[in-house]
Write a protein that binds this ligand. Sequence first.
Ligand SMILES: [Zn+2]
Length: 681
Amino acid sequence: MRNANLVLILFLFLCSPVFAQSVSTKSQLGIDPDAMDTSADPCTDFFTYSCGSWIKNNPIPPDETAWGISHKLQDDNKQILRRILEAAAAPDPARDATMQKIGDYYAACMDERAIEAAGAAPLKSALERIAMLHSKRDLAGVMAETSALFADTGLGQSALFLFSSEQDAIDSSQIIAVADQGGLGLPDRDFYLNTDTKSVELRKAYLAHVQQMFELLGENREVAAREAQTVMRIETALAKGSLTLVQRRDPRTIYHKMTRQQLQALAPSFHWNEYLAKVGLPREGSLDVSAPEFFKTLNAELEKEDLQNWKTYLRWRLVNINAPNLSSAFVDADFDFYGKTLGGAEKIEPRWKRCVESADQDLGEALGRAYVEKNFTPEAKQQVLKIVTQIEAAMQRDIESLSWMTPATKAKAQEKLHAVANKIGYPDKWRDYSALTVDRNDHLGNVLRARAFEFHRQLGKIGKPLDRGEWDMTPPTVNAYYSSQMNDINFPAGILQPPLFNPGADDASNYGDTGGTIGHELTHGFDDEGRQFDSQGNLRDWWTAADAKEFEQRASCVSDQYSQYVIIDDVKINGKLTLGEDVADLGGLMLAYMAWQGEIKGKEPQTIGGFSPEQRFFIAFGQGWCTSRRDEEMRLRATVDPHSPPNFRVNGVVSNMPEFQRAFQCKSGAAMVRQNRCRVW
Ligand SMILES: [Zn+2]
């Protein structure tokens, strides 16, 4: 799965503080008074007011890099999945084919003794294949034959480059092949190129890690150290040729449709025809070469580095991508760098959790089907759909009322809004895994076969009619997304659960939390990136020049606002990276508020637990984001995460809303009352 076009989410006082009264249960109330820090002034720091006690009372577990209400929900979902998988793993002859598949997958993953005994042996044949490379000319063939070993499509890991399929940006009804930058072991190109002390230290640790992995493969220290240097040199060169994450936010920058001949001319040292034929694309057909400069760089490196160095690089990519599924020496070393050094976790997750995550990634819709049967009722689905419909109606009114947009652009915006498809809970049609073989005694084999299945499933879409029912997230996921090319909003059942969504709670909290999430995803269709796609998901400018300028002016208010926020030490938010998410956060809550106001019109406002409906709306929104992160995680995300940190996702939004100021009677001049309020939608 390629994420370029998916945008994800992922969260009375003045005179006297409000103290929670126990007049109703938490689930009716929809907010958690015990999570709040009522000694904090909501007008000074609303995040702390909403979440202060929760954060104090819920320290980050040693095996996590961040912990929040949504993480806890994800953890609860994992416990549910564990019970499903354990029941399915019992070798009961009455199991149906789907249960057998997920059960055997889990059993193999949990069989530590067998995995331990195998060591690195499961990689033996691939290592031999690399060792037998006779010339650089053969690289393309080997890459194609071993694509499953190198392509972790779920995590976007690869060797040399990424290869998959996507909707054609200009004609979203067509699926074409895509070749994109990739091949790195660090999370982003910036990690190779930044010159600050922390980045330099991190590269040292990475080098030591690469060396250690070569030693685990049997190399002596000196050779392993030299090989690590080779890897670092090649990856740094590829990083230099890669686009930045900010550049990649512009859909036109990452779209370059080419014929195969043009690609061959761009990077002549790689035998594309052989590669394409061997991955199953023997016929003619154009493809999107997302980052042409990257392929030029790759080509220059292919010419520059000798064959031996490419063998070294491929051995590293092989062991790096597959380490989590090998014996404990590999797993521990991998965690030491990626979990501990990079993320700040103290210890690795228990095996069952890793196996649940693995099953969710590889057989997500088989497992997810069992999950939704027990955890998402048709009534809950209807209730969410009603909120979605109300929020879409609010956006229609919002567009009509905009003072800065001309009727011509408004008409196009309405057309796009009405074309948005609402996907709630789970897919209508479940993925068929019957072509995927699962062996109860072969964990790595299962993972590799699942990757090959996914790799070929993606390529199999090329030239076929677009499946509009497809989902890019599994049902138990605590997240949501908008796809600009599908023009759809997607809410997995996993996020539509208490405490984020309470079917029995009052509207204020459900609109503040789930409504805010729905509004967020809907606004993505109209953020700086999404607005470039039309109602059919095609990259086509439907804005008048004057309206586009008005939009940009309003968006720059948001990026200026967030660019001021300090994440940790001297690291600030990169407001250009987070712009789309920040615009969606603000628009999302505005729409949720409008929709909710429409819903409660004429109803008597009820104070529950000492909180007015407006206060409950905002507290529910704030509490959806109750989260703390380790320092390492904050630094990592500052570079790679297009979302602002949770505290700013809350404070940044409410400080732009006069509705918030009214709800908490904040004085002008308070921190949560911005002088120059931003408003886009
Ligand atoms: Zn988002």
